[in-house]
Design a protein around this ligand. Sequence first.
Ligand SMILES: Cc1ncc(COP(=O)(O)O)c(C=O)c1O
Length: 391
Amino acid sequence: MLKEGLKKRDILKILDKKLSKDYRYSSGHILGSMCTAAHEFGREIYCKYVNKNLGDPGLFPGTAELEDEIIREIGELYNGKEIIGSFTTGGSEANLIAVRIAKELRPDINEPEMVLPISAHMSFDKSAELLGIKLRKTQLKDNFQLDKEHFKSLINENTCLVVGIAGTTSLGLVDPIQEIGRMIENKDIFFHVDAAFGGFVLPFLKDLGYKIPEWDFHVDQVDSITADPHKMGLNVIPSGGIFLRNKNIIQKTGFEIPYLAGGNFKHLHIVGTRPGGPVISFWALMKYLGMNGFKKILNKCMENTRYLCEGIKEIEGIRLATEPVMNIVGITTESGESICELDEELRKLHWMLGKFEDFNLIRIVIMPHITTSHLSKFIKDLENVVKKLGL
Ligand SMILES: Cc1ncc(COP(=O)(O)O)c(C=O)c1O
């Protein structure tokens, strides 16, 4: 550590230099991220309220009220009534909270298990390891849809949790949530839906007239949902969310910290100190954009998704892994040859995509920072690389 501090001006210069290595959303090169540049208004609000700490809500009751209000409002967007829950650091923490609740609710099971699709996010593997739960992974069919018979066959007397995905990480597909619900009807099994990405896509797509299967609290058996404002909610990082149907869950399964300056309260979080800024910024963003604002942004992403798909269909040697349901596009090779080299070559040209080796696909998430002009350049490069590799 320096003995004497530097001048602010000099520090800014050093930072500018060091951070010039980072990729910028505005370059269009970030094609494989589920995050994007935070909305300008949200950023402004976040900076104003950066000191709010929801780890001690008794000291910040105004912020805590805004959180309850926004959780209820988002819960209504998911067809729930008086939904409870809270903001988290992201989808991973929200999923971990859901897995823990499911385990806590079934103390009678000695060797608890969860049944989930193989397409589920890694956060479930992490949760299973941390909580000592066995993972029972369901295979997918050739078209990447869940193999329902296999899923059902894995449910047994040790199952404390079933998981469905509404917007898979790899392809943005929606699992058959209603059918999973029917599989556990009248069974004491917790049902969690991971809509970390889809949570701020599906309600708007539905309103835009897209045919969307039921995936939320409309399905009676769904107990909880993960949905992340820092993905398609365009909010600042970190902001995920866990939404719960049963009001008594916090009392039943929450932790209590005895020493807080603001007084005791029960909570489900893994973290203690917790930023209030992202809650306030998302509250403001929802008020500012409204349903129509979010729909407009998503509509543009879907237009760009179609544009990219048309481009991919014109290139011999590669194809769409599946028709996109939302603004996520998977590319695979026509011959079944590995996509690894294609990914590597595109990376050399600074196109940063997501690679899913298990499914042999590379993934593009058409976030709001990606324009038609970025995609047009990408399609040209993609075509050249495919030719060069002789795919
Ligand atoms: C479906 C799904 N769930 C959970 C997560 C984890 O979210 P986070 O990175 O915010 O922890 C992701 C991240 O991509 C995701 O796609």
